[in-house]
Write a protein that binds this ligand. Structure first.
Ligand code: KIV
Length: 265
């Protein structure tokens, strides 16, 4: 009997909005945690370029490469059965234009189980979004704070230019994006965008009225220091891991571990 994954499809993901069902999305980067969050029932997993910060320990997402996204997406793909899988296009993998974007996105779809890609931008990436969707590649857009533009924005500041945000969101939808991430913008603006668009909005620091939410997995599990204010910590794995490792060190040093139970005759 085949055990191949029956993942949520892009059209099924989009339909959740008209069905009035809130969408729960998390980031994922490796086999064991992806297996757990898939089994927990997340609708979608984003193999995000935040891997650069929360896994690789870098200062920002800019150094992440396409090969690294593919490497992590392969692990996540092997681990998951139900969630829609989305691979992030990292900085420098689509900014040259439509053909570079199609080349990069095709690699993600050909070499991993990802069904869609995400890129940062609205109006300024409309031609790229249209080119990708024209090539049969579903695109999630991303407006508000765009971490790949951190130097241009002068930091990760809440974005408050309502008319620009609305223009960006509409441009992304008109260009063919199937969904859009709204990062760090006032709740009222996110609510307005959500009402005006037919595609689902996925908020991160954008209030409760978005069609869905996304959090960075390591932030919500308590594995990062000083996460942003919009993060709710659902577990404190950082403390649990440190406590377990300290107990192990103690038991190794005082001869309590291993016991006969952990040894062979
Ligand atoms: O790369 C990422 O993980 C993201 C999410 C924070 C939405 O873009």
């Amino acid at each position: 009997m085949s055990s191949s994954p029956r993942r949520l499809t892009v059209p099924q993901f989009v339909a959740l909005k008209s069905q009035g069902k809130k969408i729960a999305m998390l980031t994922g980067y490796d086999y064991p945690t992806a297996q757990l969050i898939d089994a927990a029932g997340v609708d979608a997993i984003l193999v995000g370029d935040t891997v650069g910060v929360v896994v690789q320990g870098r200062e920002n997402t800019l150094p992440v490469t396409l090969d690294e996204i593919i490497y992590h997406a392969e692990m996540v793909g092997r681990a998951t059965k139900s969630a829609l899988l989305i691979g992030d296009l990292p900085f420098g993998s689509y900014q040259l234009g439509v053909s570079q974007a199609i080349e990069s996105a095709s690699r993600i779809l050909k070499e991993t189980a990802c069904q869609a890609v995400k890129l940062e931008g609205g109006t300024e990436q409309a031609a790229v979004i249209a080119g990708l969707t024209g090539a049969g590649i579903p695109v999630m857009a991303h407006v508000g704070v765009r971490p790949q533009s951190v130097h241009q924005m002068g930091g990760y500041k809440v974005q408050r230019d309502e008319s620009q945000l609305l223009i960006d969101a509409h441009s992304a939808e008109q260009a063919g994006a199937f969904s859009i991430v709204l990062e760090c913008l006032p709740s009222a603006i996110a609510a307005k965008i959500t009402k005006e668009l037919t595609i689902p909005t996925i908020g991160i620091g954008a209030g409760v009225d978005c069609d869905g939410q996304v959090l960075v997995l390591h932030d919500m599990l308590g594995l990062t220091d000083a996460p942003p204010r919009f993060v709710k910590q659902y577990a404190d794995l950082g403390s649990a891991i440190q406590k377990a490792a300290a107990q192990y060190c103690k038991e190794v040093r005082n001869g309590e571990f291993p016991t006969a139970k952990h040894a062979y005759r």
